[in-house]
Design a protein around this ligand. Sequence first.
Ligand SMILES: Nc1ncnc2c1ncn2[C@@H]1O[C@H](COP(=O)(O)OP(=O)(O)O)[C@@H](O)[C@H]1O
Ligand SMILES: [Mg+2]
Length: 333
Amino acid sequence: MTDNVIEIKNITKKFGNFTAVKGISFSIKEGEIFGLLGPNGAGKTTTLNMVLGLLHPTTGKILIDGLDNTEHPEKVKNLIGFMTQETVVDSTLTGRQNLEIAARLYHVPENEVQKRIRSSLDEANLTGFADRQAGTYSGGMQRRLNLVKSMIHEPRILILDEPTTGLDVQSRLSMWNHIKNLNKAGVTIILTTQYLEEADSLCDRIAIIDHGEVKAIGTASELKKIVSSGNILDITTKVSNAEEVQRLLKSKFHLESEIKNDRVTATVEGKPIEMLVKIGKALEDQRVEVLAISMHLPTMDDVFIKLTGESMRDSASNEMPDSMVRAGMAGRR
Ligand SMILES: Nc1ncnc2c1ncn2[C@@H]1O[C@H](COP(=O)(O)OP(=O)(O)O)[C@@H](O)[C@H]1O
Ligand SMILES: [Mg+2]
């Protein structure tokens, strides 16, 4: 036996003449939180649907717990919980009724059902709202109901397709906590996201996919090293001082830097503390007014842009992920 609960082996998916997934391979270990990060249309949902057995790969295969998922659909159904990109709660039914239906669908043993529903409502912080129609719930509440619904049969693997897209900051953080707690309890999780900081803070490993291909795979720090082996020096000064800072970095430290308004950034090799102290000292000696100075690893935004480029993707929704807005991708359709 291998400790890989999911093995994806060179899968492709064609829709007519269009190839949405072009030979993706990766494995997921028991207990991992694994992230598929990619822009709109990258092939994330198509890949997940193939893992779930809802779509069959055109070529390649997927093993769940060592078994081909197209040959063992019932086993896969029992092992995996799934939350789709769209919130699918029945808005005319109460939260409790939604959970009852899910329990029946997944053949939860009759004597377990009520206990399971109580603990699900409790986990989702919905006990007080259990007998109200789900249609009256806020977006965050519906998403929480959806999550516990997909866990009603206590699967070992949970697949979440963009679990936080469109949620406000508080609901997103609460969803992150919920995901972390499930993982601590032993559930292996695959999630897709367009939010770079989400992948960074939640996932043990991340695959960046674009145009149906894996562009890179690794831990967040491994991916950041693709952008640069060094650190990013970030100096905020007055706009009028920026060029002076740039000249000083060049003449004293042979550093090439970039200016953006009041910020000067450069990639710095070598020991970060030592370099930061030296550069700080040189700026003081020169009496340049510095408002902030920091040394940090490249961010996931830097990684994402480097690997997937800056062009905007056509989107089915009008929603602009805020990570992309921050990365300056707004309005470049
Ligand atoms: N059933 C389908 N028929 C035709 N094209 C599809 C179908 N499903 C997805 N696609 C196309 O495949 C590509 C990948 O889609 P998808 O997996 O939904 O991307 P993501 O989830 O990363 O946004 C997109 O270009 C999409 O338009
Ligand atoms: Mg999708």
